[in-house]
Design a protein around this ligand. Structure first.
Ligand code: TSX
Ligand code: MN
Length: 582
């Protein structure tokens, strides 16, 4: 119980509905966490890892049918179908109450109901928002403790206010056929049932900080975006902040934690956030951003000392691993981490060897690690006013189309670039390789309202403002005719970030092309890189015929929004075709 009437009343209502044996209010304390962890070790929910190598780290194996977000069971529940838009599943609030509501009746019988107050955003920040997740999963509680500011601090921030996002989560029987992740943006309410998986069950993250928050941001004139935030410090100590939206499998977390290569002497990269950015105008008219989270819920496979040493350091203690393999030494392992161990236990608990012919870790295996443990974490990552954003980067995985980097002509053109973003699938996500998926602003799975209205909100945010971040598009994944990557990527991407910063400051030269500005020859610092002029030309080449084909595909996508799509985006589309010569 708290002194907050609205909260107590809601918890009473939920307890009457779900009928748990016990109700536990979580305070976020060390003791409380210890008790929960010990209980989960005892009942097999967690396996303790080698305390010498991975202190206070645990492995969780999920139900094999419950290993990823399930978009087909994710719903936006607005009174009008049009307000959810063509890219979201929609169910009316009444139908949801009728169809999904009864599934919660008595669902916590024999179980403990945890009340988890949490704060998204730094304490005392005007950006911050309180949520309360009610769950019968202690695994969810332990993860929320890493990913959010949980417990007393959230209740203090809330005070007597009734303004908090309500999240109801129940594990149920994990049956995918009766799985529902429902969002009621008007009521700031989330219902999640029959999944324990992170994105479906850690309601502070995708459900609150993106789907509910994006709808709230539209109403209140701010932005909730699927973006990493990074600060680039130059040798004189100046730090420039960049926010970036990337679809899955583009290495957004790796970019947020980039390690400068030896050739980029004197530069430092500071991590502010790896997944979500909340952006508001500051008193100076600039756009400022906070990371509402306190942890990283990252894809483990592919993460290594080579690709992301900062993530490896962050996850080396006080972390939870989900669906990774376990070595005989009691350490976690996943594909791409290190040479395979001679034997291991796979993510389902079965014996595994490198010759088993199957993956040891699930391709969507995760680590949950505290952000404060990241060696590159920015000294400003918890600043209540956020950090000022100078540039926004959109990215995609495009084998043949998009150049390494290009800059939009202006804000409206940049919104067009974000709205027409796409990425090619990798085997990890879908099993199908190289299929182009439209994913505007990387928000397709996370926008809590009609994306046509979301594009309008983006346009309106920049209208009549002269201090908006400049908008860029990057593609680390362009290949040659034989499918070889043309750009070394990873730490070397800092060279591209430096060009972006130099453009923001009016220092770098560019060439105007039909799609935007690309680096002029010699304007990208390539010292110490063994990359030929021919390769650079291929990386920056604009294939007009391929872009005309792209424009046709973008038109097809835009048409899905019918007359709700802002005319400005059709105008940008028309101008692009005109610049491409038809
Ligand atoms: O994360 C990646 N980034 C961003 C890093 C800051 N990845 C990993 C795949 C995404 C999950 C990349 N993969 C990147 C990249 O910039 N680039 C590539 C493609 C690539 C892969 C291997 C090499 C080069 C490029 N290897 C060698 O050149 C030796
Ligand atoms: Mn994400």
């Amino acid at each position: 119980m708290t002194t907050n009437r609205a909260l107590n009343d809601w918890i009473d209502e939920i307890a009457r509905l779900t009928k748990p044996d016990r109700v536990v209010w979580c305070d976020g304390s060390e003791n409380e966490n210890r008790t929960l962890i010990e209980q989960m070790i005892a009942d097999g929910t967690l396996i303790e890892l080698n305390p010498q190598r991975y202190p206070n780290c645990y492995l969780h194996r999920s139900d094999p049918r419950d290993v990823a977000r399930t978009e087909q069971s994710t719903f936006i529940c607005t009174p009008k179908r049009e307000d959810a838009g063509p890219t979201n599943n929609w169910m009316s609030p009444e139908e949801t109450r009728r169809k999904v509501g009864p599934l919660f009746d008595g669902i916590m019988r024999g179980r403990t109901m945890y009340v988890v107050p949490y704060l998204m955003g730094p304490p005392g920040s005007p950006f911050s928002s309180v949520g309360v997740e009610v769950t019968d999963s202690p695994y969810v509680v332990a993860n929320m403790r890493i990913m959010t500011r949980m417990g007393t601090v959230a209740l203090e921030h809330l005070g007597a206010s009734g303004e908090f996002v309500k999240g109801l989560h129940a594990l149920g029987d994990l049956d995918p056929a009766r799985r529902y992740i429902c969002h009621f943006p008007e009521e700031r309410l989330i219902w999640s049932i029959n999944s324990g998986y992170g994105g479906n069950a850690l309601l502070g993250k995708k459900c609150h900080a993106l789907r509910i928050a994006s709808a709230q941001a539209r109403d209140e004139g701010w932005m909730a975006e699927h973006m990493m935030i990074v600060g680039i410090e130059d040798p004189s100590g100046n730090v420039t902040y960049i926010a970036g939206a990337f679809p899955s499998a583009c290495g957004k977390t790796n970019l947020a934690m980039l390690v400068p290569p030896p050739s980029q002497k004197g530069f430092k990269v500071w991590t502010v956030g790896d997944d979500i950015a909340w952006l508001r105008f500051g008193p100076d008219g600039r756009l400022w951003a906070v990371n509402p989270e306190t942890g990283f819920f990252g894809v483990a496979p592919g993460t290594s000392e080579k690709t992301n040493p900062n993530a490896m350091a962050a996850l080396s203690r006080n972390s939870i691993f989900t669906n990774v393999a376990l070595t005989p030494e009691g350490t976690p392992w996943w594909e791409g981490m290190s040479p395979p161990p001679p034997t291991a236990t796979d993510w389902q608990g079965q014996p595994w060897t490198p010759s088993s012919g199957r993956k040891a870790a699930h391709p969507n295996a995760r680590y949950t690690a505290p952000a404060r443990q990241c060696p590159s974490i920015s000294p400003h990552w918890e600043d209540p006013q956020g950090v000022p954003i100078s540039a926004i980067i959109f990215g995609g995985r495009r084998a043949r189309l998009a150049p390494l980097v290009y800059q939009s002509f202006n804000w409206q053109h940049g919104v067009f670039i974000g709205a027409s973003m796409a990425s090619e699938t990798t085997a990890a996500a879908t099993g199908k390789v190289g299929v182009v998926r439209r994913d505007p602003m990387a928000m397709i799975p996370f926008c809590g309202y009609n994306m046509a209205d979301y594009f309008r909100h983006w346009l309106e945010m920049g209208a009549g403002r002269d201090k908006m971040p400049m908008i860029f598009h990057v593609n680390w994944f362009r290949t040659d005719e034989d499918g070889n990557f043309l750009w070394p990527g990873f730490g070397e991407n800092l060279r591209v970030l430096r060009w972006i910063i130099d453009r923001v400051n009016g220092r770098a030269a560019a060439v105007e092309t039909p799609i935007g500005f690309v680096p002029a020859p010699d304007s990208l610092d390539l010292t110490g890189l063994n990359i030929s002029t021919e390769t650079m030309n291929k990386l920056l080449f604009i294939d007009r015929e391929a872009w005309r084909e792209e424009a046709r595909s973008v038109a097809e996508f835009f048409n899905r929004f019918e007359d709700r799509l802002p005319a400005e985006l059709w105008e940008e589309h028309r101008q692009l075709l005109a610049r491409l010569g038809g």
